[in-house]
Every structure is written in structure tokens, then in C-alpha cells.
Design a protein around this ligand. Structure first.
Ligand code: SF4
Length: 352
């Protein structure tokens, strides 16, 4: 195995090419570092920047976030995806206020105990905010290390993960930990990218095993069972006589938990399903073209189905949280990206 340490070369590269002007880097405030690290889980920097700015403008510190309503937090997360991150951030803010007197903890175990913060994120926050020496192993770092060392066991195996943690620990330097942490994340995001690694521009190229083997894209190794499956759903866009559309709040846990969305019907007979489940008689229109929404572990194919209530709405949704929503007068609530897009399309059709 290639044992050459990478910190010195990475830091020299970072000094010349690293991204030092990102909005969460202006101050080493653990609150800002924490919010940015949570937003950056599963989401690219360019997408995160405007969300981060809006979020910090509205919730400038942990106490303001802890006092906020869940809908206000989810509203600012709309379109960013992986909404459990927002719910956990909100829960964690309350814990920090209640148990740590509003001061972000500096002890690793206390940070890793907060909702939504695993071992890698805890290490990243402590390294970036306080310069404490903790290894990190997010998706970008896994890819860089798996390629640099040409790890040939599947990335989803526990033994592989343990091996990568040991390597991450070994490569983390004793000084300039914050810069090193940022550097290795930046390298994975901008140079050692998933589909087209720019090896010629990489500071690690001279001793990277995957590059020497001529196949960096073959790493990290994936098994057939890791290929992305496709699921399907049908979203019913039910309008009433006043043009309002029926939205339900999703259960707090799980996919898009706590967000507002259209009723989803797996049943082939949507009219019967509506009568039985929602207590509504509806007339169904021609389905709109399918939308695909991709998550990290599966694709979701959505068929939007327009429908209209026949004979009143008085029995609708007795057992769930629901609203008849006016698309022309949007209020503050959280939506998933596809629901937001469909509501926008309904609004445009309404005004034409
Ligand atoms: S040389 Fe290529 S494969 Fe190796 S770490 Fe750099 S970009 Fe990644």
C-alpha cells in the first residue's frame, strides 16, 4: 500500500487553489461552520451558498434557530433536499440551548451526540471551527483515499470503512488541521470528482495508486447491489371549486418528513382511493408528464395527476393535517423540490 503522507502536498495546493472566500469561512464561528457542514452533506457548494446566506440572515445564531417554528426552518430548506437535516438542525439547536447554555460544545462526544451529526461531521466541525485534530471521512474524502490507496474492496463494506478511517486518521496532520480538512474536501469536490478526476491537476498524482493503475474511475469499488433503484409514485393535485389545491403534511419521520405535499396514491383506482381515504369524490384529468427526482439511494419517478373535487370538500382529511392551499397566495411552509415545482406550474396555469 502507498504510505506516502498527503498533508504537505495538499496544504501547498490549498494555499494556491483552495476555496477561501466561501461565506461560512468569513468567521470561524462554530454555529456557521455547523450549519454549512449540514447543508453540504449531499449537496454541492454552489447550491448551498444562497441557502446558507438566507438561513444565516434569518437565524443568525443558535438561540434564534432554537426559538424558530419548524415550518419556518423547513421553508428556508425548501429545494435543498434531505429535509431530515433541517429537522435535526432545529432539534440540535434546542439541545445546545438547553444543555450547553447556547454555546456550541467543543468535546467530540458531545458534538457527535447531537441529532444529524455523525462521526465525520463532528470531526469536520471541530477541525474547521477550533482547529482540533479529528479525521473526517465524508463522501469526497472516501473517494480521494480509496483512489489514492487503490482500495479494492467494496466501499459499502464495514471493513473497507474501518480501513479508510485508519487512513484518514493517519493522514490528518498535527498542525493546520482546519486547512487540511478543507483541502481534502475541496480536492474531492473539485479535482478528484466522481466521474472525471482531473489527475493532471492533482497534487497527489505522483503517488496515487489508482492513477498509476490507469483507472481512477474504478474506485471506490461498488457492487451490483449498490446501483440506484427506481421507485414510482402518483401525486394527486386535487383542486376545489375555488381553485385551491389539497396539501397534506407528511409524517415527521421518513422521506420529506414534516413537509407539505400532494396526497400520494399507490392504488390504480385513484377515484376509489380518494373516496375511501380522503372522503372526497373527484374527477380525474390527464396525467402530466413524469418527473424524476433523484436521492442518493434511489430515483423517484413521479406521475402528477390533476383532479377536481365533485360535490364539496367537507369530509376531507379528518385524520391528517391538511390544508386547501391557495397557489396565488403562498405562505411560509416547507415543500420538497418536486412539489414546489408542481405548485409553481399550477400557479402559472391558473394565471393564464
Ligand atoms: S491523482 Fe487522480 S485519482 Fe488520484 S487522488 Fe488525484 S485526482 Fe484522484
Amino acid at each position: 500500500m502507498n504510505e506516502r503522507p498527503i498533508a504537505r502536498r495538499l496544504l501547498a495546493w490549498y494555499d494556491r487553489h483552495g476555496r477561501k472566500t466561501l461565506p461560512w469561512k468569513s468567521r470561524r464561528d462554530p454555529y456557521r461552520v455547523w450549519v454549512s457542514e449540514i447543508m453540504l452533506q449531499q449537496t454541492q457548494v454552489a447550491t448551498v451558498i444562497p441557502y446558507f446566506r438566507r438561513f444565516i440572515a434569518r437565524f443568525p445564531d443558535v438561540r434564534t434557530l432554537a426559538r424558530a417554528k419548524a415550518d419556518a426552518v423547513l421553508h428556508l430548506w425548501t429545494g435543498l433536499g434531505y429535509y431530515a437535516r433541517a429537522r435535526n438542525l432545529h432539534r440540535a439547536a434546542k439541545i445546545i440551548v438547553r444543555e450547553h447554555d447556547g454555546v456550541f460544545p467543543r468535546v467530540f462526544e458531545a458534538v457527535a451526540d447531537l441529532p444529524g451529526i455523525g462521526r465525520s461531521t463532528a470531526g469536520a466541525i471541530l477541525a474547521l471551527a477550533f482547529g482540533s485534530r479529528h479525521p473526517i471521512l465524508d463522501g469526497n474524502v472516501k473517494r480521494v483515499l480509496a483512489r489514492y490507496h487503490a482500495i479494492d474492496t467494496p466501499i459499502n463494506q464495514r471493513a473497507t470503512e474501518e480501513r479508510l478511517w485508519k487512513l484518514a486518521e493517519r493522514h490528518t496532520p498535527r498542525t493546520r488541521v482546519a486547512d487540511y480538512t478543507q483541502a481534502i474536501m475541496d480536492l474531492g469536490a473539485t479535482v478528484c470528482t466522481r466521474s472525471r478526476p482531473a489527475c493532471d491537476a492533482c497534487p497527489l498524482r505522483a503517488s496515487c495508486r489508482a492513477r498509476h493503475l490507469g483507472a481512477p474511475q474504478d474506485y471506490p469499488v461498488r457492487t451490483a447491489s449498490m446501483r440506484t433503484p427506481v421507485k414510482a409514485t402518483r401525486m394527486l393535485m386535487i383542486r376545489d371549486d375555488r381553485g385551491r389545491v389539497l396539501l397534506q403534511r407528511r409524517p415527521p419521520a421518513g422521506l420529506w418528513g414534516g413537509l407539505w405535499g400532494f396526497p400520494e396514491c399507490a392504488d390504480e383506482n385513484a377515484r376509489q382511493w380518494c373516496r375511501k381515504v380522503l372522503g372526497l369524490d373527484i374527477r380525474i384529468g390527464a396525467p402530466w408528464p413524469k418527473l424524476r427526482h433523484s436521492f442518493s439511494h434511489f430515483h423517484l419517478d413521479i406521475t402528477p395527476i390533476p383532479a377536481h373535487v365533485v360535490g364539496g370538500t367537507n369530509h376531507a382529511m379528518e385524520n391528517t393535517e391538511a390544508v386547501w392551499y391557495n397557489v396565488r397566495r403562498p405562505d411560509e411552509r416547507g415543500f420538497s423540490a418536486p412539489v414546489k415545482r408542481l405548485l409553481e406550474q399550477l400557479r402559472i396555469r391558473e394565471s393564464n
